[in-house]
Design a protein around this ligand. Structure first.
Ligand code: SIN
Ligand code: FE2
Length: 220
């Protein structure tokens, strides 16, 4: 079922191996996008978008929410995963089954079997919003990849290396693109260049990015 979902959307999706452990499928989710995005309003009714604070006191330009048994948060106390939405005091809403299935299928297609996401960061970029180069390293399980879905306005993804001295590549991520990074690439620096104004029929003036992760400890 999971593999079917992924494979049937685009019969011969263009697979781009960007680097060892980094795979991009362009427009893989364009057909599924309306159904996948239709899940958003109910999730955001539980846990709305908000602009979080960095430990240094800056406010992130990207508006964020989460779903899953864990959600990524940042405040003056630091970056971490929390089972509770600090804004509502309640657990985050569950990851929609269609998102989990698409993410597991993408991971599998990229060579990472048994990917069972327990955390999904929902990023909303208005024009001008950006994400500086960072590593995803707050997850307990670094064996599992990061699976990223992009919708709406296009943006340039910055793909760095394992250190800040390494060269940074710029890759356009457009509506329906699926990007997976893991294995030797799991800790590569990455970010998003400032989004330029535009309109998209499904997301309006925004870029929406979902990153699905296995953030909790692997089950023994
Ligand atoms: C992230 O690193 O959490 C988001 C990347 C993206 O928006 O594509
Ligand atoms: Fe990230």
């Amino acid at each position: 079922m999971q593999t079917d979902l992924f494979a049937t959307l685009t019969p011969q999706p263009e697979r781009l191996d960007l680097a060892p452990g980094v795979v991009l499928w362009r427009q893989q989710l364009t057909t599924a996008a309306p159904a996948l995005l239709a899940e958003l309003p109910a999730l955001l009714a539980c846990s709305p978008f908000r602009h979080m604070q960095t430990p240094g006191g800056h406010t992130l330009s990207v508006a964020m929410s989460n779903c899953g048994s864990l959600g990524w948060i940042t405040d003056r106390q630091g970056y971490r995963y929390s089972p509770v939405d600090p804004q509502t005091g309640r657990p985050w809403p569950a990851i929609p089954a269609s998102w989990r299935a698409a993410a597991s299928a993408a991971a599998q297609a990229a060579g990472f079997a048994d990917f069972l996401p327990d955390a999904c960061l929902i990023n909303r970029y208005a024009p001008g919003a950006r994400m500086g180069l960072h590593q995803d390293k707050d997850e307990a399980n670094l064996d599992a990849p990061i699976v990223s879905f992009s919708f709406g306005l296009a943006a340039r993804f910055l793909l760095g290396g394992l250190t800040r001295r390494d060269k940074v590549e710029r890759i356009w991520l457009t509506h329906g693109d699926v990007l997976v990074w893991g294995g030797p690439a799991r800790l590569r620096l990455h970010g998003i260049q400032a989004v330029t104004p535009g309109q998209h029929p499904l997301t309006g003036a925004y870029r929406i990015n979902l990153t699905l992760r296995q953030a909790g400890r692997p089950q023994p």
